[in-house]
Ligand binder design. Structure first.
Ligand code: CMP
Length: 136
């Protein structure tokens, strides 16, 4: 059965800073994701707080929002069959130390915070996150 989906992907400040933008995009393309929308932005802390609102009760929330707003990021809409799950597999575990060989976070991630990429974790969050960046 067809389950064409869109998911939101972010290339985080640590990866943009190390000029990994094109390398990471080419990994998505090679894995048959279509990048249907993209832009480079720098968030204000207040915007990062809204984006990561689902984590607002977590002890790492403040640092997480400081980090996401610390430098330019690249936000993309990725389209593919089962894009949400497929992107999460391709990114690997949140902590690069636990990510499997061949995943983006294993290859490029520095730490659980500087883990190079974000991807939506459910259809509901994918919609909210895509709207956050791309709703006019
Ligand atoms: P991301 O997929 O962007 O979603 C929330 C982020 O919180 C996660 O990636 C991590 O970079 C960050 N984070 C920091 N500390 C933790 C933690 N202890 N557990 C999970 N995520 C964490």
């Amino acid at each position: 059965m067809s389950n064409m989906e869109e998911t939101l992907s972010i290339i985080k400040p640590d990866a943009v800073e190390r000029n990994l933008e094109e390398k990471i995009k080419s990994i998505f393309i090679k894995n048959n994701f279509q990048i249907t929308r993209q832009k480079k932005v720098k968030l204000e802390k207040k915007e990062a707080e809204i984006f990561y609102k689902v984590h607002e009760t977590k002890p790492f929330y403040n640092e997480l929002c400081n980090y996401l707003s610390s430098g330019p990021i690249v936000v993309m809409v990725l389209k593919k069959q089962n894009a949400i799950l497929e992107n999460r597999k391709l990114m690997g575990a949140t902590d690069p130390l636990e990510a499997e060989v061949g995943t983006i976070r294993k290859e490029f991630g520095i730490s659980i915070d500087k883990n190079s990429v974000h991807g939506s974790d459910s259809p509901e969050n994918a919609k909210t996150e895509i709207d956050f960046f791309f709703k006019n």
